[in-house]
Design a protein around this ligand. Sequence first.
Ligand SMILES: [Zn+2]
Length: 164
Amino acid sequence: MDCPDCGDEPTRVVDTGTSADGTAVRRRRECTACSFRFTTYERPEWDSLRVEKRDGRVEPFDREKLRAGVERAIEKRPVDADDVATLVDDVEATLLDDDGRVVTAERVGALVSDRLRSLDRIAYVRFVSVYRAFSDPAAFRRALDAVDERDEGGQSREQTEFEQ
Ligand SMILES: [Zn+2]
């Protein structure tokens, strides 16, 4: 398996276990070139995680696609590759803990944006603008307002009230 950080291979397995729900094999891997560590979950095809898109199509969950989306959001931002890997692992593990094996694209987006918000404000806004702006402009606006209130305190709350 290629290293998601430097693209090199091989990677070695440093720890093996099961996912929180016990249905997947969890492997902690380390790149032999750069020592980057990441986690993979392997499960039977019939039990794999799937994502329902807004247009109703259902696709296999693709952690590399998710990682690419997060990486676009953090471009040129002071966020560590380790933090991105942890975020992707955490989101995948949370989704795997859901009762069903089909999750909505909205849920994936919400989980990522929750975690990005605590990592980097600009990355969060970028991510949310891609994930939410098209489907739910009102939710996008609320998300931006929430960031403003958190980071700038009373000043922007006044602004929000003024606009109402
Ligand atoms: Zn590597």
